[in-house]
Design a protein around this ligand. Sequence first.
Ligand code: NDP
Length: 444
Amino acid sequence: MSYINEVLEKVKKNNPHEKEFIQAVTEVLESLRPVIEKNEEKYRNLALLERIVEPERVISFRVPWQDDQGQVQVNRGYRVQFNSAIGPYKGGLRFHPSVNQSIMKFLAFEQIFKNSLTGLPIGGGKGGSDFDPRGRSEREIMTFCQSFMNELYRHIGANSDVPAGDIGVGAREIGYLYGQYKKLTGQYEGVLTGKKLSFGGSLARTEATGYGLLYITNEMIQKAGKELKGKTIVVSGSGNVAIYAIEKAQQLGGKVVTCSDSSGFIYDENGIDLDTLKRIKLVDRERVSEYVKSNSNAKFYANEKPWKVKCDIALPCATQNEIDENDAKALISNGCWCIAEGANMPSTLEAIKIYQDAAILFMPAKAANAGGVAVSALEMSQNSERLAWSFEEVDRQLKQIMLEIYNKVTVAADRYGHHNNFVIGANIAGFEKVADAMESQGIV
Ligand code: NDP
């Protein structure tokens, strides 16, 4: 049996209930075949793949807190410290009822290669809780964040593990988490990123994932001899990534006609009105269906996803596995020729196969959404220097990093004879640096 198949079998056997984790490992290992086959004996001897698929540490803990009715609630918290070969663990915290160990491990595993692609010295980690922030009062959110940090603080630090936000964790939650870390440790250090500007946050961090997604998408489109301007774009989600993806897409002349949340999607043939969307989501913290109250020409489709809407470009920016095989077929048959992933693992393995068979432009999440963590690493640099860079400076560096990622991905794909296969390119380029560091650091 090939080395890759052997390791995949072991991963399935050792983690039988972790379907998202198995999916992420399968996607990465399958596309590493060209590199592994070339160095099979060495990697097998070093058990490099067995080591890379096993987290350095999985921390799981109790998070007790009291709700507004005086009832004590208990949630489960996690921090997966997956790989520190190239730097301190780095990766967001997710608060969502669907969170479990499988989802934490898939996200942390993906993060290793994404962080490597940024070219910055950051390892892979992820964390979160099955806590559902929706409908909770300000006090409940604060209490939960404080209790979560009461355990997490002993596992993180500016030079060891630096969490950030993700689904359900934005600047508000990062503020409460940071306050509690400082209270417990007495340290004013850059231990979390995504902070507000008043206490060490970076300009352009809020925009970074969405803007970065558009920088790399635009580059991929231009290199294919086409242009984004005037094209119809379908976006899912209406959170941090989606909002700033829509903003940059509009600045580049694209027409974004959808956005969504878990209750359904909005279609606005005139193009999404971003001021309305920002007010609903960022100020009122309301459902996306509210949009039709201020834009009567728009339509709300309850409990549906936007993938049947005719478009040139699709940007999934909500959550994992939001595009399955049928959604992928619908996109392609409606003429979609470019997909770039703002969310983590939004396409199932079957959907990716459909994109590849149709030979459309497809930029996978690891490369496409790396702008967020890249600017988080720039926030760490600013914190170490005790400096704050201008928006223009951070945005310039973000753009440069995304263009460099595009180059690394295309060069790696070409080197192994898979021109324009950005899945293979991203996984190989991300893997090579981590593998080299692990090999150099010995059996640890
Ligand atoms: P937010 O919490 O700001 O927004 C998430 C959006 O996705 C909301 O519109 C939410 O709708 C929707 N959503 C979440 N879960 C589901 C679900 N199960 N079904 C349908 N819709 C859902 O999160 P972000 O924008 O930060 O994150 C979105 C994606 O981008 C995630 O995959 C995240 O891992 C990834 N990402 C985020 C980065 C960042 O910098 N924030 C960096 C890189 C990747 P609702 O409110 O109804 O739940």
